[in-house]
Design a protein around this ligand. Structure first.
Ligand code: SOE
Length: 384
């Protein structure tokens, strides 16, 4: 740790994402020893004083705050990490940018396009470093898929398809809103599976296969009314429980995306497949260290889908972990995102996806919602 520059973190929110990010900060310097910066867990902020104190004690934060405005004003904080429900992303990010802080924001960037535009304007005006935690990009098998696509091995790409399936909201008696359930409240989340799950798929897709030009989509809310945990009243449900998208990418390929919280038996099944003229690749979060690859140039008698165990020393990020053949997990994607953010402090390069890139994902989400309402194709406005 000696001689490393400190990156003093102020975390807002101490739920599930607060834990994943904090684990990333804690692990990174041990496994990426060549980095010149090291995160310091300076402060964590949440409204509930007892809860935030317990989180700070458990994870090793030096201090706590109960008002994010106090955290943003602190001189001993370099970077604000936003892990709150979506309705606070914009307000905190805009204030943090104005205070000259670096910002790491949990996905999706915002509830809607207008909000994400204001966030992009704020970071551009302030010129502060920023990134959005679309963590799946940084699983070694997913990064390898990106490298294979970039190498041109797939040839002309025809199809990109992705799914993100869950089943945790099928029970009609599950309330909406409030702690742990804010993802079901459109006023807080912005949208349902679109922003929460499909945004991951859209981010990965545009990273690998370029911009999405236009979309046609349908959304469905299967349970129309639920008791709201905060008001105790039965209220209309306004989020999308399920969403299906057809789209054209700017490179001429076709995209098919599906997400739902009503796929009985699936807890977090994220899969994607890309079909090119020469080769195809596919990936499945449930087997996250594997990438499947089909190369049409293989000798015909042995031609078939290869199952690549992405755990060798020359695979992305893997030289930092154990020995070849030993896998890593979901949590490592967050360690890798911290490592890449710290690296970007050294190089001066942006840490992708930046707010500007995540705003492109918001453009697709907006077009999806508009299309689902109008029943027509919608342009995203994304040019490349
Ligand atoms: C929802 O259940 C959720 O936790 C998302 O919010 C995350 O972004 C996704 O990675 C896993 O599922």
């Amino acid at each position: 740790m000696k001689n490393r520059k400190e990156l003093r973190i102020g975390l807002v929110g101490c739920g599930f994402m607060g834990r994943t990010h904090t684990n990333g900060y804690k692990r990174v310097s041990d496994f990426f020893p060549a980095l010149t910066h090291t995160p310091v867990l300076k402060a964590v902020c949440a409204r509930n004083a007892e809860k935030v104190k317990a989180f700070a004690d458990q994870w090793g934060y030096e201090s706590t705050e109960t008002d994010w405005k106090h955290l943003v004003a602190r001189k001993d904080i370099d970077a604000i990490d936003i892990c709150t429900p979506n309705d606070f992303h914009a307000e905190i990010a805009i204030a943090a940018a104005a205070a000259g802080k670096m910002i790491l924001c949990e996905k999706p960037l915002a509830r809607d396009l207008a909000e994400s535009q204001r966030m992009v304007d704020a970071i551009e005006k302030a010129g502060v470093k920023n990134t959005v935690w679309y963590n799946y990009r940084r699983l070694p098998a997913v990064t390898l898929a990106k490298q294979i696509v970039d190498s041109g091995k797939l040839g002309r790409i025809f199809h990109y398809r992705a799914n993100f399936l869950q089943d945790w909201t099928i029970n009609a008696n599950l309330p909406q809103g409030g702690e742990g359930l804010w993802r079901m409240d459109a006023a807080v989340a912005g949208s349902g599976v679109l922003g929460d799950l499909l945004s991951h798929c859209i981010d990965t897709a545009m990273w690998m296969n370029g911009g999405i030009k236009d979309v046609t989509a349908m959304t469905e809310t299967f349970v129309k009314e639920r008791m709201h945990q905060l008001t105790g009243k039965v209220e209309k449900v306004s989020i999308d429980d399920a969403c299906a998208i057809l789209c054209h990418f700017n490179n001429g390929s076709l995209g098919v995306f599906e997400s739902t919280r009503y796929a009985r038996g699936h807890k977090a099944l994220y899969t994607f497949e890309i079909n090119g003229a020469n080769a195809s690749i596919r990936w499945d979060l449930h087997d996250l260290n594997r990438l499947e690859y089909f190369d049409n140039a293989d000798e015909s008698k042995v031609k078939g889908w290869r199952s690549i165990h992405v755990t060798d020393g020359d695979h992305p990020y893997m030289d930092k972990w154990w020995v070849p053949g030993l896998g890593i997990g979901y949590e490592h994607s967050f360690v890798h995102q911290v490592a890449d953010f710290l690296k970007s402090l050294e190089t001066g390069e942006p840490c992708s996806p930046t707010f500007t890139e995540a705003h492109e994902t918001q453009k697709v989400c907006q077009a999806v919602l508009d299309s689902a309402v109008s029943g027509t194709w919608k342009n995203t406005g994304i040019k490349n």
